[in-house]
Design a protein around this ligand. Structure first.
Ligand SMILES: Nc1ncnc2c1ncn2[C@@H]1O[C@H](COP(=O)(O)OP(=O)(O)O)[C@@H](O)[C@H]1O
Ligand SMILES: Nc1ccn([C@@H]2O[C@H](COP(=O)(O)OP(=O)(O)O)[C@@H](O)[C@H]2O)c(=O)n1
Length: 740
């Protein structure tokens, strides 16, 4: 089943979705003549880039490769660089907002009005974000259809040193392509915009099928640089492309054209340096450090601060702490003490990798740390990430004492720490500080303020700040939404959710899964599911997990299993959800075994589910085996719930002695009501008055107000035909004022 079939199979209510995507939002604004846009789709290695080069040569469109734009962010170490690297490494899709903004920048800064956007949209979410932000529709959508084996072969031979061109990532990319790109392809097919091209054959043969598509557009023919027909001869290899371009450019310069629509070359940076084409960035880093170490051993001292600054920057972007430590050893102590740039970068590296103590040691040795808030911010952030909120706060106060001016990066970090501590008073003091420092209108800072107030329990203040934010971004909305959910204010949260969607703001996956987990009505849940599908976010881990729970709560097990089976990745929460769906049938076991084979790590909750399953299906030996496996193999000490499951297991099977001795001999702590309750229920099932009396006695002490325990004991006596005892217990009920 494809995602689309799944989606239509669900017959999801459209009302939410129609509420959300206002048709008028899709219409192009009449401001100027719309650009000519081509989307180029196809799996990884289907030859999109190769064909794009030829289209550019012939028709002069500007080529924007989404993948290249993203790789450029990594290479330039921009704010999103590290996040993008992590996603690309794993073949995952970068958040649409990020990709579309990059494309938008290119579109807006170009004189060319004809674009070839390659590798985009990869998901329905990509597509919708493009429509919303750019407010344009493509004129042509090309789809290069290529068999998987061919794509794998091409990618593994591509030799561009791309970090994601390896077999493991390739498999994930193909899986993601099949699940997320197909719905986009179907969408354009239905709109009549799709041109499917068989991508097997020589580059030229394939281009022969591309040519007529573009030839049929007058506006392309008008300004194409070369007569398309003249390009029917033998093709040039891509590496000749620059030469060809130069040649054409000269031709045009000489022919009296003043403006050329061959625009700036589109960026094609590789992840690593040109010379080290076969290596990953980490390997390249490793080799540079090794060279420096060798030099240092030979007594050649390296003193150029730029070298260390650049190496530390790379270590930080790759979170390569071991390499960072090696760089640290190479830096001369005087340089570390006196060069604020280098020491700050080192502090940031240690702090961001969870080594706040070491970061603090470096920080303490800095001679001019009051000259910039950079190192302070890194350290505050490092402590806040580790949950050492007091340490983070202390640094903030120390900053003020040392006369270091906080900047816009300081406040979000310290507010996070304050939210962790949960003190509104401190939060208000920081609020005053940030207004004094001139950040009272900074969205980035105000978002953190909303989050802080919500976490400190003052939802009213959170809301007041939220409504004051002048240009709310998606973080503002998500912070408010999460705040409401945190306070159990579901209606307010849903209102925010609707408003977000009406304002064209994408709720993030955390917000969506939180809403899904809490929706009270199944109708809302299904509508949300429909909306999620349209956004291509169904397979986000937390969203899919929440959907499994949603459907299983309603007893729609098939639907829950379908989602689970289609998931691209799973975590312990996913496995727990699907096993608990099957806690009454032996399929749960199948999933548990699958989980073990997949090397996923079961936790205490997993064992509650499988032990309940054993109890429900009478599998005593399996239950015993799993109970011992839990601590021996997985190091999970049994908790109250696990003992309750074991008592239930033995009790239901009529093994009352074993159940009882589990409590009195095996348990290392006092049994609670769940455990005794399981025993009392078993006594009722199997008519055991002796043990039943003991269990009931304990329960009367532990839960003096719970009439169910009295009723169960009465039933036990009644089964044993002990009318007098039944009456005695009834009197106890009356005496305690529990009889209804
Ligand atoms: N028609 C083709 N036949 C064989 N190899 C091809 C063909 N088109 C492209 N290639 C090669 O396959 C690899 C992937 O092509 P590329 O254009 O980079 O794909 P994409 O942009 O779709 O990921 C490159 O090494 C390219 O030279
Ligand atoms: N619209 C896009 C395009 C690429 N990407 C990311 O960039 C990677 C490489 O994309 P690409 O288009 O350069 O390469 P191929 O996978 O097509 O060979 C993808 O696997 C995604 O991780 C993305 O997240 N969103």
């Amino acid at each position: 089943l494809t995602l689309n079939q799944a989606a239509s199979g669900l017959k999801v209510g459209e009302s939410f979705a129609t509420d959300i995507i206002k048709p008028e939002e899709r219409v192009l604004p009449p401001k100027e003549k719309a650009p000519f846009i081509t989307f180029v789709l196809g799996g990884p290695g289907s030859g999109k880039g190769t064909q794009c080069e030829k289209i550019v040569e012939t028709f002069g469109l500007q080529h924007l490769s989404a993948g290249d734009l993203l790789r450029r962010e990594i290479a330039m170490h921009t704010e999103n660089g590290a996040m993008i690297l992590n996603l690309i490494k794993d073949g995952k899709i970068v958040p649409s907002e990020v990709t579309v903004k990059l494309i938008q920048k290119e579109l807006e800064s170009s004189d060319n009005r004809k674009f070839l956007i390659d590798g985009f949209p990869r998901t329905e979410e990509n597509r919708v974000a493009f429509e919303r932000i750019i407010r344009a529709d493509p004129d042509v959508v090309l789809f290069f259809d290529c068999p998987e084996e061919e794509m794998v072969k091409r990618v593994l031979n591509r030799n561009q040193g791309r970090i994601d061109d390896n077999i493991t990532t390739m498999k994930k990319r193909l899986k993601i392509f099949n699940a997320l790109n197909r719905p986009v392809i179907d969408y354009y097919k239905n709109k009549g915009k799709l041109y499917t091209i068989n991508a097997v054959g020589t580059v030229d043969d394939i281009f022969q099928h591309v040519l007529p598509i573009f030839n049929s557009f007058e506006q392309l023919k008008e300004s194409s640089h070369v007569n398309p027909q003249s390009h029917l001869g033998p093709s040039l290899k891509p590496r000749h492309h620059q030469q060809l371009k130069q040649h054409r450019q000269n031709e045009y310069n000489n022919s009296g054209f003043t403006s050329l629509s061959f625009t700036k070359p589109s960026p094609t940076p590789l992840l690593i340096g040109k010379q080290s084409i076969h290596r990953t960035q980490l390997e390249a880093l490793d080799s540079v450090i090794t060279d420096l170490e060798t030099s240092a051993q030979k007594g050649i001292s390296i003193t150029e601060p730029e070298i260390f600054a650049s190496l530390l920057e790379t270590c930080y972007s790759l979170r390569a702490i071991d390499h960072g430590v090696r760089v640290h050893h190479l830096i001369p102590p005087y340089l570390l003490r006196n060069n604020v740039g280098i020491s700050s970068k080192l502090v940031r590296l240690y702090a961001s990798c969870g080594f706040a103590e070491v970061a603090h040691e470096v920080f303490d040795r800095m001679s001019k740390r009051e000259s910039s808030p950079f190192a302070w911010n890194s350290l505050i952030s490092g402590y806040a990430e580790l949950g050492q909120y007091e340490d983070a706060m202390a640094l903030y106060f120390q900053m003020a004492e040392d006369g270091v001016k906080p900047d816009r990066f300081t406040f979000p970090r310290v507010l996070k720490a304050c939210g962790g501590i949960g003190s509104v008073q401190i939060g208000e003091a920081i609020h005053r500080d940030l207004v004094k420092a001139g950040f009272g209108y900074d969205v980035y800072v105000l978002n953190a303020l909303v989050d802080m107030y919500a976490k400190c329990g003052d939802i009213v203040k959170a809301r007041n700040v939220f409504y004051m934010i002048p240009n709310k971004d998606y973080v503002s909305w998500n912070s408010m939404l999460t705040g409401y959910l945190h306070h159990g204010l579901l209606h307010e949260a849903l209102d925010i959710f609707r408003l977000m969607v009406q304002n064209g703001i994408e709720p993030d996956k955390v917000a969506i899964s939180s809403v899904l987990a809490r929706v009270l009505s199944f109708k809302h849940g299904r509508q949300l599911h429909g909306w999620v599908i349209r956004r291509g976010m169904e397979w986000e881990l937390s969203v899919a997990n929440a959907l499994i729970v949603l459907y299983s709560k309603r007893g729609q097990l098939d639907q829950a299993c379908f989602i689970f089976d289609q998931m691209l990745e799973r975590d312990t929460v996913s496995w727990n959800a699907i096993i608990s769906v099957h806690s009454k049938d032996s399929n749960g076991f199948k999933y548990f075994e699958q989980m073990q084979r997949a090397d996923a790590k079961p936790d205490g909750i997993t064992f509650v589910s499988v032990l309940s399953l054993c109890a429900n299906t009478g599998m005593v030996e399996d239950g015993e085996r799993l109970f011992s496996l839990m601590s021996k193999e997985y190091g999970i000490n049994p908790k109250m719930e696990h003992y309750a499951c074991m008592v239930n297991l033995y009790g239901r099977a009529g093994m009352m002695e074993e159940a009882y001795s589990m409590i009195v001999q095996e348990m290392e702590f006092e049994a609670g009501p769940t455990v005794w309750g399981a025993l009392l229920y078993a006594c009722y099932l199997h008519g055991n008055t002796d043990i039943g009396e003991v269990a009931a006695q304990r329960l009367f002490e532990l839960e003096p107000d719970n009439e169910h325990n009295f009723e169960l004991l009465m039933r036990i006596y009644s089964k044993a035909k002990r009318a007098e005892d039944v009456e005695r217990v009834r009197q106890m009920l009356v005496d305690r004022g529990l009889e209804t």
